[in-house]
Design a protein around this ligand. Structure first.
Ligand SMILES: [Zn+2]
Length: 453
């Protein structure tokens, strides 16, 4: 289309030029060796033009003749490549169709035709994987990682990484993933894999850096990142404390709290560390602030520990009353208070608080915990094992207490951890009612019975 337009344009210019020449008649006279040649000017111009055109065409023809063998060779190598890629395509189709033998044949053919690409290696590896020959697949992937071009190296690493993940060799997988990430740092699936491996391996500092990149590249949504970041810092804080670095532990817990102000494990951690650092008052303030909106048995446990050493049980009750007043009708408040009242042998107060929970304070149905405490009260106050047994029977049919439950495998953990102890999932522990059948006999309740008999 464009070529036609150009040709028309040339013709138009030519015609215009011819018209312009005929409008301006005149002659050119050439005198040479006594001859006189006289030209019409227009004819001369056209003649010169024609001569130039003929020379140009002749030159091209001559060039084409001289360079013919190289062009022929080029055509031949193009067709070699074409056949190579055809073999590759055939191999991919064979892989998709599940025909490992045909794929292997195609890979060998492609390999002899395509010298400068490692794609046949990838096809061979996939064919080996398809036929269940992991050793051979591994060998091909290894060979790919040794190729000088980064694309092939990356594909080889990806193959080896998939193998390592399947074999649950997390450390090996992380080494491979890091190598691949150095080649292609922005690959989303790789960022996610690195993050998952780093948290699994408790490489918290690296996980924190990867998380920041994951958020920048939209691999992990911002809404999840806050909780993930806080979970990582709580674990780092635990490790710092275990290593005896209290100041770092406190700072990390503070960072976690800043990311997730209402995260119970972060509040509990920071408050407990303040206590250990001789700042019990500050720790208590943290718990009290959270208690008003989000009372939790983990916070109550930390709060108990924030008293002076060898604290008198009555003094402990006094402190607990302060916490209770911040959220007076919540079952968690009543239970926390009743527990210390039981220990201080304030039977009447303990009973009245427990009975309020049992009646469903704030419309929250009583769970097993309150019945266990009532059984303890009967046994301790009146030595009444019959009444205790009755409460324990009620406990068996009551709804289970909420606990830290893994969203992935359903395992109940006695304390919050960033990684599930059972399945190793990250940030999946949630405070909720365990999903297993609520009417199963509670082993803890059964254990109580012989003790009291
Ligand atoms: Zn789990």
């Amino acid at each position: 289309m464009r070529a036609t337009l150009l040709l028309l344009l040339y013709l138009a210019i030519l015609v215009a030029f011819a018209v312009w020449l005929t409008d301006r008649p005149g002659t050119v006279e050439i005198v040479w060796q006594g001859y006189v040649i006289e030209f019409e000017f227009g004819i001369l111009v056209l003649g010169v033009g024609l001569l130039m055109a003929v020379s140009a065409v002749s030159y091209r023809l001559w060039r084409a003749l001289v360079h013919a063998p190289a062009g022929f060779r080029k055509n031949r190598s193009v067709s070699r490549r074409e056949r190579g890629y055809q073999a590759l395509t055939g191999g991919m189709v064979a892989i998709a169709a599940g025909d490992a033998e045909a794929a292997k044949r195609a890979a060998r053919k492609a390999d002899t035709l395509l010298e400068d690409t490692a794609l046949p290696l990838l096809l061979s590896a996939q064919a080996a994987q398809l036929s269940g020959n992991d050793t051979e697949a591994h060998r091909h992937f290894e060979a790919m990682t040794e190729r000088p071009d980064p694309f092939t190296e990356f594909l080889g690493l990806r193959g080896l990484l998939t193998e390592a993940m399947r074999a649950e060799d997390w450390l090996g997988a992380h080494t491979l993933a890091s190598r691949a990430r150095a080649l292609r740092p922005e690959t989303p699936w790789l960022i996610r894999t690195c993050f998952e491996l780093e948290v699994r391996l408790r490489k918290w500092v690296e996980a924190q850096t990867t998380l920041a990149q994951a958020v920048r590249t939209d691999v992990i949504p911002k809404t999840d990142a806050g909780y993930y970041g806080a979970a990582i810092r709580v674990e780092r804080s635990r490790e710092a404390e275990a290593a005896g670095d209290l100041a770092v532990a406190i700072e990390l817990a503070r960072e976690a709290l800043k990311l997730q102000p209402s995260m119970i494990p972060a509040v509990a951690r920071e408050a407990a560390l303040f206590g250990r650092d001789g700042k019990a008052r500050q720790g208590a303030k943290l718990v009290e602030r959270a208690w008003a909106t989000n009372p939790h048995s983990d916070l109550a446990a930390v709060y108990r520990g924030l008293g002076p050493e060898e604290e008198d049980p009555i003094a402990l009750v006094k402190r607990m009353e302060k916490l209770h007043k911040l959220n007076p009708d919540h079952p968690e408040s009543l239970l926390a208070l009743a527990e210390v009242e039981l220990e201080a042998q304030l039977w009447g107060a303990a009973r009245s608080h427990l009975m309020r929970v049992e009646a469903g304070s704030e419309g929250r149905p009583a769970t097993r915990r309150v019945y266990h405490l009532l059984a303890r009260l009967e046994a301790a106050e009146n030595d009444d094992s019959g009444a205790a047994r009755d409460w324990l029977q009620r406990a068996a049919s009551a709804p289970e207490d909420p606990a830290w439950v893994c969203d992935v495998c359903g395992t109940v953990s006695p304390m919050w951890t960033a990684l599930c102890d059972n399945c190793g999932s990250f940030a999946t522990l949630r405070w909720r009612t365990p999903s297993r059948a609520a009417h199963l006999p509670n082993p803890a309740a059964q254990a109580l019975l012989p003790e009291m008999a």
